[in-house]
Design a protein around this ligand. Structure first.
Ligand SMILES: Nc1ncnc2c1ncn2[C@@H]1O[C@H](COP(=O)(O)OP(=O)(O)OP(=O)(O)O)[C@@H](O)[C@H]1O
Length: 228
C-alpha cells in the first residue's frame, strides 16, 4: 500500500535528510518510525503527503507513484491520508464540530454527508458532549481527539501521526494510543513517528528505526531500542 523505493532527500542547503530508503508497508499495518532528533522521520512523512519532493526515488501510495502525479491529483492523496501532529493545529475560531466539518468541506462533501458523519466521528472519539466548545476550552487530550477526528473523518486508508502524544501526560497519551489502535483495528494503516519509548515497547508492533537518514532496523513486534 505504501512503498518507498530508493528514496533520497537532500534539502536545498545541502542537508542530507534521507539516503536510499526502501520501505514497504502493507494495508492495515501499524508501524512506528523511531530515531533520534534529525534522523529523518518527519521528512519521510512529508514526502508521503507530497509536502516536499524526493531528490531521487519513487514513492507509491496504493500503487500510484505519487512523485509523478500532477498537482491537480494532490487532493487524492490528502483524502487518502489523515494526519495528526504533536501540536494539534486546530482552527481556534471554530468549534470542535466545525473543525471536523471543515475537513469534509474542503474535500467537497455535501452538507448532508457532513451532518451524518461528524456526529458519528465525534462519538467515536468520545467528544459528543464537547461539540460546541472552542479549542481554548479543551484539555490537551481533548485537543488531540479532535485532531484525530478531523484526520479520520474522510475515511482515509492511511493515518499518519507525527509524535501525537508528545504534548500529553502519560495517562492521556495512553488514551490517545488506545484510540489510534482502535482506528487501526478497523482497517486503517497507521504510520506513527515517536520518541515515546514506553509506548513503542508496550505496543509490540512493527518498528522501523532511522539513523542519520538510513533505515538501521525494521522489526515486526519491535522495541524502541536495543540496550547495549
Ligand atoms: N526544510 C529543511 N531544510 C533544510 N534541512 C532540513 C529541513 N527539514 C529538515 N531538515 C534536516 O533534515 C534532517 C532530518 O530532519 P527531520 O525533521 O526529518 O528529522 P526528525 O527525525 O523528524 O527529527 P525530530 O525527531 O526532531 O522531529 C535534519 O538534519 C534536519 O536538520
Amino acid at each position: 500500500m505504501i512503498r518507498y523505493v530508493n528514496v533520497s532527500k537532500e534539502y536545498g542547503n545541502g542537508s542530507k535528510a534521507l539516503s536510499n530508503i526502501n520501505i514497504n508497508i502493507d494495508k492495515g499495518e501499524f508501524v512506528f518510525i523511531v530515531g533520534s532528533s534529525g534522523a529523518g522521520k518527519s521528512t519521510l512523512m512529508k514526502l508521503l503527503l507530497k509536502e516536499i519532493e524526493p531528490t531521487s526515488g519513487k514513492i507509491y501510495l496504493n500503487k500510484l507513484d505519487i512523485t509523478k502525479i500532477k498537482n491537480r491529483r494532490i487532493p487524492y492523496i490528502r483524502r487518502n491520508i489523515g494526519v495528526v501532529f504533536q501540536d494539534f493545529r486546530l482552527l481556534p475560531n471554530k468549534t470542535v464540530y466545525e473543525n471536523v466539518a471543515f475537513a469534509m468541506e474542503i474535500v467537497g462533501a455535501s452538507p448532508r454527508e457532513i451532518r451524518r458523519q461528524v456526529p458519528m466521528i465525534l462519538s467515536m472519539v468520545g467528544l459528543s458532549n464537547k461539540a460546541h466548545n472552542y479549542p481554548n476550552q479543551l484539555s490537551g487530550g481533548e485537543h488531540q481527539r479532535v485532531s484525530i477526528a478531523r484526520a479520520i473523518v474522510n475515511s482515509p486508508s492511511v493515518l499518519i501521526a507525527d509524535e501525537p502524544t508528545g504534548n500529553l501526560d502519560p495517562d492521556t497519551a495512553w488514551e490517545i494510543m488506545k484510540l489510534i489502535k482502535e482506528i487501526n483495528r478497523r482497517g486503517t494503516t497507521v504510520v506513527m513517528a515517536t520518541h515515546a519509548k514506553e509506548i513503542v515497547n508496550m505496543m509490540k508492533r512493527r518498528v522501523i528505526a532511522l539513523e542519520a537518514g538510513k533505515v538501521v532496523r525494521d522489526e515486526q513486534k519491535g522495541v524502541y531500542d536495543h540496550e547495549i
